[in-house]
Design a protein around this ligand. Sequence first.
Ligand SMILES: *[C@@H]1O[C@H](CO)[C@@H](O)[C@H](O)[C@H]1NC(C)=O
Length: 289
Amino acid sequence: MYRSMISCIVAGLSVLLAAPTSAASVGCNGNSALCSRKYSNVTQIGSHDSAFVGVLLPDNQYIPVTDQLNFGIRFLQAQTHKKDGGIEMCHTSCLELDVGSLSSYLSPIKTWLDGNRNEVLTLLLTNGDAIPVSQFGSVFAALGLDEYAYAPGANLAMDQWPTLQSMIDAGKRLVVFMDYHADPSSVPYILDEFTYFFETPYDVTDKTFNQCTLDRPGGASANGRMYIVNHFLDVDIFGILIPDQINAPKTNSQSSILAQSNLCYQTWGRMPNFILVSAGFRPPTLRLS
Ligand SMILES: *[C@@H]1O[C@H](CO)[C@@H](O)[C@H](O)[C@H]1NC(C)=O
């Protein structure tokens, strides 16, 4: 049953790739109503573990990053790890899943930003191995991606963020966060995630997503922080958590996402800034039934 589900997805994918969606080039991030909004006052959909594309158990996404962006994803989360002195995109460890270098991951993102000039994109890199941030800076600079990166120069309060239009006008359309070991005094455009955000719990196995609690940074206040909702479901297989691909169509449905977002609104008095989804983000026509 699992196998037939996978082939169904792959069949659907080829239909999708034959007729690629192009990103909307009007307004700001596809909507003129967003142009005058501050970056901190927009809700966007993000891709959890965006680099892990495939149908293996540890994979999180079915389609490559460029296609994710063309579908409307505007927030990419990705794990980095240290390997042979370089920065590699690995899942938990490079022995489990290694999909290549940070440079090979970022290169299509640079190409996409070149071709989509009215789009503001956010990147969240994890750095569990405490790789010096200057090493990340070198990879960004070698690709010319640093040119797009927004550097506020000081910690911004929520109401100090620029509007999407002004970021687009300035050509500073890439906002980069790092979960741990950011150092803006070394690389001014790699911002500390938890200075700016809190997150709801991840590795959720309750498919109702009936919570919007502050998980990280532990003990911190929600006040003054934007927030990221982890709306992706795992399934516990003999103690190992893997993406719940079978429930993904339901998890990624508008009703499921809106239900948790509305709960978040009731809890915090404002909508989430980013909602991370996983495993099977794809257009409704490709949903399994
Ligand atoms: C967010 O944008 C909406 C729509 O423009 C506006 O009504 C609201 O006041 C804004 N909130 C903040 C905190 O800027």
